[in-house]
Design a protein around this ligand. Sequence first.
Ligand code: NG1
Ligand code: ZN
Length: 542
Amino acid sequence: YTRAVNTTHTGESFPIPDEEKFSYGTAGFRFRAEKLSFLVFRCAYVASLRARQLNSTIGVMITASHNPEEDNGVKLVDPSGDMLNVVWEIYATDIVNATDANLAAAVRSLERQMSQIENSFIATGNTHNARVVCGMDIRTSGPHLMEAARAGAAVFNVNFENIGEVSTPILHYIVKSYNFPQFAEPTVQGYYKAISDAFKELHEITVEPEGSSYQPKLIVDCANGVGAPRFRDLLQHIPKELLEVEFRNESGPLNHLCGADFVKIAQKLPTSFKSEDQDPKCATFDGDADRLIYFRAKTGAEPGAAELFDGDKIACLYAMYIKEQLKAYHETRPTYNIDMGIVQTAYANGSSTRFIKDTLGLKSVIVKTGVKHLHEEASEFDVGIYFEANGHGTVVFSAHFDSIIRRHPHENLALRRLALFSRVINETVGDAFADLLAVEIILRHYGWSMDDWAEKMYKDVPNVQIKVPVADRSIFETTNAEQTLVKPDGIQKMIDQDVAKFKNSRAFIRPSGTENIVRVYAEADTVENTQALGKSLEQVIR
Ligand code: NG1
Ligand code: ZN
């Protein structure tokens, strides 16, 4: 038996052998594009079931983010605009792995499970608001997969909307806007307007300090991805005096020698950037523009080396600013408490975690890799900042925060800033565009150049990340927020022995959830020692 896309509209369909099993990873299903028409079809089918169950809008995003052009992927977005509910990740996995012959039985079993725990609209009840909204990045396989998604949603006769080439965060934002109409108009234009209006308003009440070295100018590396056209569109709504952006890497090979993942892992300038370039402030997106890293040429290093202002540095910048506004607010309104926290993963640079604790006097919670884990933990706070070191992150605000804002809308400048900041930010998911605008506001508020940002916070400890290809990554199992390997037996002991040979060292090994590799991460006192530690850990698993 084989499984196949059950439609003639998608053209050539690549059947999948029944034995082949798929699992919903850190970022949905991600593969070479050939396998994807089937996976997208079944995912849209699951999305339409979920849309009917909740009688609301569900999102489907076709992207493989920072991975090469030949790959693609599919992930689902819940009505809140957040990532798919974890219970549904299991349902999605079951449906995708069902053979054509037992698909109907799999759906019936899903309905039974659902009716036990949730209110189900699938079979009965009102489903006229059920809608699947689908976006794609700019991979060549995108339009074909979009048709597979349309076919999947058609099985249950659910409304289907193709919103075209968008960043992942734009799709999340539109899904949320459909389900919460007061939030924004549920279109790409609605997104541009909401974010840029908030930026302009916040800009107006942001005062640049005396002697400021802030420059409203930067160069953006677009990873040759969807960030290029969509960020250009967004900037149409922002006057040049407020922010001037030069675009690079707009139309070459996707994510090749450029983009946030490349810059982060290689710690190098992306292609078409030179060490002798005079413009000091640069930023980079990944292929679907949900990651943002600032960078500049590293002085006193080999040509092409980059100094990074990564997710950790952005998180600390946000934390500093928000903490300052909260303090100003609490001075006038001590009775209404708003709490705040920062969430990171084990990949966070050790210096950032120490800065958060020792200088900002805040706590950083460390969770497992994967945005959903960070998002969930951050939602415990009134103001929850979360960032992965790779530049994916945002800030989430609680209902309590919203109610305080509504109680004191205009009387307090600090609160107004926080309220506007919460609207510049895309709360649904990390958003390179929104995050960039938020960073610029804060740098302006402090009057900071890149030199200031580098000097007034902390210095990264040397670190490496190595991707090690393996035959079967499923043999690696971790615990302790992925910092300790429990399987295969004995490996953790070898890691500990290696780590003990170096000063100020820290390291861990975990299987990737998105690629068939194992990732080695290491920190130590010097660049040379860090590389030596990384190399010897690589040998442990090869
Ligand atoms: P994996 O491949 O599971 O390490 C990577 C990133 C995650 C997350 C996902 C989704 C690192 C170390 N890992 O996951 O943070 O962004 O991709 O794109 O950067
Ligand atoms: Zn991405």
